[in-house]
Design a protein around this ligand. Structure first.
Ligand SMILES: [Zn+2]
Length: 121
């Protein structure tokens, strides 16, 4: 596709402007990389650095979203456990299995509360 003759004093970047118009970057070649001259904005190392910074930003955003999601799930687990315990406690004469389940649910609620830094007393 790049059949045009490049000016070696200018940046090697070429861009497409419409289907048949390929133009060389108008800036001076001030950086030599990969055997060609580049302006500061189009040097392969700059392009790579910008790309890596963008990916790092995306990763940070994803990590924050995952952390928020984990907190939402933990909060939901606390509420679910507490609701189940209340329902269980409403039973007039719970059997042993019901009591064991209530204790287990309280343990889940306590662990989740501790995970979230919620004081229970
Ligand atoms: Zn350029």
């Amino acid at each position: 596709m790049n059949m045009m003759k490049l000016d070696p004093a200018r940046c090697s970047e070429t861009g497409c402007f419409g289907e048949y118009h390929v133009r060389q970057c108008s800036k001076k070649a001030v950086i030599q990389e990969n055997g060609r001259g580049w302006c500061k904005a189009h040097s392969p190392s700059h392009i790579k650095a910008v790309d890596e910074a963008r990916k790092a930003r995306w990763k940070r955003d994803e990590d924050v979203q995952n952390a928020h999601s984990a907190i939402r799930k933990a909060k939901h687990a606390v509420v679910t456990a507490a609701e189940a315990y209340v329902a269980m406690a409403g039973i007039g004469n719970p059997n042993d299995a019901q009591l064991r389940e209530a204790v287990r649910l309280l343990g889940v609620a306590e662990a989740k509360a501790k995970e979230l830094g919620i004081a229970l007393t």
